[in-house]
Design a protein around this ligand. Sequence first.
Ligand code: G6P
Ligand code: MN
Length: 446
Amino acid sequence: MRLTILGGGGFRVPLVYGALLTDRAEGRVTRVVLHDLDAGRLAAVTRVLAEQAAGVPDAPEVTATTDLDEALRGADFVFSAIRVGGLEGRANDERIALAEGVLGQETVGAGGIAYGLRTVPVAVDIAHRVARLAPDAWVINFTNPAGLVTEAMSRHLGDRVIGICDSPVGLGRRIARVLGVRNPGDAWIDYVGLNHLGWVRGLRVAGRDELPRLLADPGLLGSFEEGRLFGVDWLRSLGAIPNEYLHYYYFNREAVRAYQQADRTRGAFLADQQARFYREAERSDGSALAIWDRTRAEREATYMSENREAAGAGEREADDLSGGYEKVALALMRAIARDERTTLILNVRNQSTLCVLDADAVIEVPCLVDANGAHPVAVAPLPDHATGLVCSVKAVEREVLSAAESGSRASAVKAFALHPLVDSVTVARRLMDGYAAVHPGLAYLE
Ligand code: G6P
Ligand code: MN
């Protein structure tokens, strides 16, 4: 089986390759094709992968190319994990929004819209090429904003594109852990929403919902990441555990202030950190894998640090450090390639899952996965406050998709203006002007 990784020079590629190395079963991936626009990044990552593979019998063969069509031809699976505009683009997304007093974050609010506006046209181009060159391939989309980008691609690839994110898995795992569930894999997690905008409403083990036990126990509730981030009282008021990205909504003012006060935004920090990694990994005589691992540990430890600081949540727990992103990807591929039925929380078309959204809206929901793809399961409806957010944000995503399709700057302004975290149409106009001035990838908007 052949796996093509778009964004193959990306920092998380060794996580995926490391997971592939643990897979010994028949039908596993035997060939990995890395595609990236940047040959230097490919060289650095290829060095890391070679060290990972040392001594592993039958390690998947790795090749690298900067030719997209060549990378796609003959692929069985395509992972798309690209970052249009790079980390400098992410830093600009953050900076321009924060200067207007609104959230600058890569997937939420104004920053997410700017990132989506320049990513969707590229993702659509990839989808067209996949449809032409590898029509039977399954596309696993990691590219953020993952829900929006998956929906853009699904218009051309249908259910052959599936979006993934590690945050619901991490959340489910933390809840299972504090509840003392022996095997978290046995728990049924009742989660639904959009990517980075979902809620756990129940966690069933052997037919029994254990979440009420957690909500009833302030000690337990305050003992894990989301409890510290949102506060015990707010979680009890909600009667659910929100995805950590809802911190940007429920504590927006505090998050914006913390981001404004930070020395550097996350994007700016990562732009420096990653530039250093690629420089060192490509040139050093020592171990590129060791440099990668050190860099990864620092990246994970500082994830969402401004939010944790704003909430007084302290450091991340050791158990939470590895997100499990690569495990979701591998589990999804195995389930499809070998018809190994499993349940995973994925980004797929709604069909009739949430009755307030149309069938083609991509949502994040538990899915049964088998050789025929990912099938969303029936879930209970969301409460009105959550439905309201989901519908507003989906309307914004749709406006981004129509701006990307038509090239209409007015649609793009509308996307910014309708976002619940952008508080004025005037601000939306200034955001559009600010982003257009720094992002060449937005030149198509007229
Ligand atoms: C989580 C999210 C991803 C996101 C990542 C950002 O894993 O689910 O969607 O890409 O965090 O982490 P970073 O280190 O780039 O801030
Ligand atoms: Mn994510």
